[in-house]
Design a protein around this ligand. Structure first.
Ligand SMILES: [Zn+2]
Length: 174
């Protein structure tokens, strides 16, 4: 079973326009922006090490750029829900199992404070609201799998984000 997160392109318009407007807010951080530690949501998580402004680019989601066919071949039978594959709009896949960085530990939330944004073949995690130091970073995975959503699959991809509006899964809605 191949599973990848996909940016659904529901890009926040205000974020997009901020790219072309003044860059004065995108200050180069002197202190580390994030820290990786245990999460209540799942395994490891990524937390803000300082206050992060809405619209700020936090980190690049790094990984080896591969084709979807290669991702399926390499990870197709992987039944774990440790998904470090991010499917880009151009159907290339960022494989964070290889050459990945801390961004791959960012958990899914149904009420996220971040959003992935694509720039060509590169992927960046942006803050969609202001984030306080110590808060866990999250974005909506919208996980795409080819299999039918059986109860077993739903269990495998069960969401424990704790948000009031939790969908109970981090699979993309069909
Ligand atoms: Zn949830």
């Amino acid at each position: 079973m191949a599973s990848k997160t996909r940016n659904t392109g529901k890009t926040n318009k205000s974020l997009k326009t901020s790219k072309t407007s003044k860059k004065s807010k995108t200050v180069k951080p002197r202190r580390p922006v994030i820290v990786v530690r245990g999460s209540k949501i799942h395994g490891k998580g990524v937390f803000a090490a300082r206050n992060i402004a809405k619209g700020e680019r936090i980190i690049e989601y790094k990984g080896k750029l591969i084709t979807e066919a290669e991702a399926d071949k390499r990870y197709g039978d992987d039944e774990t829900n440790h998904t470090f594959l991010f499917l880009l709009d151009n159907d290339m896949v960022v494989d964070a199992y290889r050459n990945g960085n801390s961004a791959r530990w960012i958990n899914h939330s149904c009420n996220p404070n971040c959003e992935p944004m694509e720039e060509g073949n590169r992927l960046y995690i942006h803050a969609i609201r202001s984030i306080k130091a110590g808060d866990e970073l999250s974005y909506e995975y919208n996980l795409v799998i080819e299999d039918r959503y059986t109860p077993a699959i739903k269990r495998l991809y069960a969401c424990r984000c704790g948000a009031r509006q939790c969908h109970g899964t981090f699979l993309a809605r069909r």
